[in-house]
Design a protein. Structure first.
Length: 137
């Protein structure tokens, strides 16, 4: 029984080290649960660096392992929240530095995040028309 208690305390401690909210942006439950502590730290770092206008971090964010399914929708929501927080014009400045393949990935993430986000059925064409144009070129 004592070993079982220690085991549960260890798991609780490890899980509590992960960040659920980074710079005001929530990591969705499906993505959060499926992450190791190392993956969570990396995602937290990418969110912060992207908000600090680092285009390399944005590129890495578009390639971040999300586990498929609902975890990827969560990553899309994170991406759309970054655009809202930075503002479309500021986000465009770093998005234009991405390679074509990364732009396509970013557009896919944004579409998923907007469609299934906190206010469902939003479209990139309506929410971020200038960004959509950049990502479509």
């Amino acid at each position: 029984m004592k070993n079982l208690t220690i085991y549960f305390l260890l798991i609780f401690t490890l899980l509590s080290c992960k960040e659920k909210v980074v710079d005001g942006i929530e990591i969705g439950q499906d993505l959060y649960i499926g992450q190791s502590l190392k993956q969570n730290k990396k995602l937290s770092e990418l969110i912060t660096q992207t908000l600090n206008k680092n285009s390399n971090a944005l590129s890495e964010l578009t390639e971040f392992w999300c586990g498929g399914g609902a975890g990827c929708y969560d990553l899309g929501i994170i991406t759309s929240e970054i655009v809202y927080k930075m503002g479309e014009s500021e986000f465009i400045k770093i998005a234009t530095e991405l390679e074509s393949e990364r732009k396509n990935s970013l557009k896919g993430l944004l579409n998923a995040g907007l469609e299934y986000g906190y206010e469902p059925d939003r479209k990139i064409e309506n929410e971020f028309p200038k960004l959509n144009k950049i990502l479509t070129e």
